[in-house]
Design a protein around this ligand. Structure first.
Ligand code: EPU
Length: 456
């Protein structure tokens, strides 16, 4: 018998010994129905940090109910920001008037595995003259470098000290506008510069900036607060620092990563999924690849319907910064490509180690070979990066159930849809990680007709 746990029921079940971390999934049936996507994780968490910069209350709407939002909420609370439920479901109200410094241990206790504490630097430096980033043992942050962030903060006049507890950043003489060129259009480093430059004295010119739709939405949030930000062609952003900022009232941009994930679930399981809240503009690149891979979609006013066309087809994809094919889209797409006749190639150019999740797909019957140093293929669009990898997927291969452990957010989601596409039963462990970025996951899977039990 099915045991369905939504977020509320889950906490009750936890008392009964189940944590909602392990699912038994019986696959082989198409996912069909409608799901709604809310605000983007990768905007909501940053807009929450921006609330620290305002002198009045901010309201953020369509905030997804995910654990990453909880992490940022508690980090704000540790810094004296009051966070309350707003006047509509999914809205949060932030009052930064009581903002205070926090200690390394407190920040560390609330930060979890999140990288968001890095983005508190600019706002805290303006507010309190000091920001702390915990770095216990050095590996938590060291695995994903923060050199672009630290170099940018130094350019604004901050002093970065490494201590045994972590990194202490101070700005005894305040922060001034800077001339910064990022070595790579990093999303986080661009956000760092925006959140710092808006109140720095003078003009900041940022070159080689990331221009993801979530960054543009963060710029919209900051402009509502009183910031003066313009952008020019070729990834140049200009920020004129202002004396003070006020609070904002903002509805988050939709989560295009979640929308793409459900789209791939429809493709992989031969289902038919209407993703309410999905919009075309921000997904143009994804939709092109989806069509080339044999997917069909219909764009409507309030969402996009996704399903297979007549047949799946192999594709060659390179992940890239926007407007390229996002690195967060490749994992669920790869599951669908295991069912396409022929050879597909996915070049991962953004992160150096984001294809390891395919090992579990191989365990489920997929034919995927990862080339750790990348491979050359004709007609590359993205210049080859030193750290890239490539996956060669030969299909179609029937998938069968397996016992797998979720490694990370997007890889974990791809295990879910692989298990749903596979014949037989799978056990998927560590599902809690997927809740970092997918709200009401079990409720949505249930609405789509997935056959699963929460077994631990
Ligand atoms: N990089 C450096 N030094 C830095 C910063 C980045 O070398 O100081 C490198 C990274 O190692 C990586 C590349 O630059 O190779 C791009 O990293 P970026 O800074 O753009 O990534 P991020 O800001 O840490 C965000 C999203 C990711 C998403 C990437 C790319 C958030 C919280 N995370 O990460 O989302 O994959 O941009 O679009 O916004 C996810 O949602 O699961 C996720 C990982």
């Amino acid at each position: 018998m099915k045991t369905l746990l939504d977020d509320q029921a889950r906490s009750k079940a936890t008392g009964g010994g189940m944590t909602g971390e392990t699912l038994a999934i019986r696959g082989g049936r198409p996912l069909t129905g409608r799901v709604e996507v809310k605000g983007a994780k990768n905007l909501a968490t940053k807009a929450m940090v921006a609330a620290l910069l305002g002198e009045t209350v901010s309201v953020l709407r369509d905030v997804p109910d995910i654990s990453d939002v909880q992490v940022v909420r508690s980090l704000l609370e540790v810094h004296g920001v009051t966070v309350q439920q707003g006047d509509e479901e999914g809205s949060l109200v932030f009052d930064p008037s009581g903002a205070v410094s926090a200690h390394f241990e407190e920040i560390d206790a609330h930060a979890g595995a999140s990288r968001i504490p890095i983005l508190f630097c600019g706002p805290l430096l303006h507010l309190l003259g000091e920001a702390l980033i915990p770095d216990l043992g050095g590996c938590r942050i060291g695995d994903r470098p923060i050199n672009f962030h630290m170099d940018a903060l130094r350019a604004f006049g901050a002093i970065v000290d490494k201590t045994y507890e972590g990194i202490r950043i101070t700005a005894p003489n305040g922060l001034h506008g800077a001339d910064i060129e990022l070595p790579y259009p990093s999303v986080g480093a661009t956000e760092q510069v925006l959140l710092t430059a808006v109140r720095a004295k003078g003009v900041t010119e940022l070159r080689n900036a990331a221009i993801e739709p979530e960054i543009m939405d963060l710029i919209a949030v900051l402009q509502k607060m009183g910031a003066i930000i313009s952008y020019e062609p070729n990834r140049v952003i200009l920020i004129e620092g202002v004396e003070s900022l006020r609070g904002y009232d903002h509805r988050c941009i939709f989560d295009r990563n979640e929308a793409a994930s459900w789209a791939c679930a429809a493709l992989a399981t031969d289902g038919d999924i209407y993703v309410g809240g999905a919009k075309q503009q921000e997904m143009l690149t994804f939709l092109n690849v989806y069509r080339k891979a044999g997917g069909e979609f219909d764009v409507h006013e309030d969402g996009i319907r996704f399903r297979r066309g007549s047949a799946l087809k192999p594709v060659v994809v390179e992940t890239d910064v926007h407007p390229g094919f996002m690195t967060d889209w490749q994992q669920p797409l790869i599951v669908a490509l295991t069912q396409a006749p022929g050879t597909s190639i996915v070049h991962e150019t953004v992160y150096e180690n984001r294809l390891g999740f395919t090992e579990a797909l191989v365990q489920m019957g997929a034919d995927i070979v990862v080339h750790p140093q990348g491979i050359d293929s004709p007609d590359r669009r993205v210049p080859r990066r030193a750290l890239e990898q490539a996956a060669v997927i030969n299909g179609p291969t029937p998938l069968h159930g397996a016992d797998v452990v979720v490694p990370d957010l997007r890889g974990g989601y791809s295990y879910l849809i692989a298990a749903l596409a596979a014949e037989g039963e799978s056990v998927v462990r560590n599902v809690g990680i997927i809740r970092r970025g997918y709200e009401k996951l079990f409720t949505k899977l249930d609405a789509l007709g997935a056959d699963f039990d929460v077994i631990g």
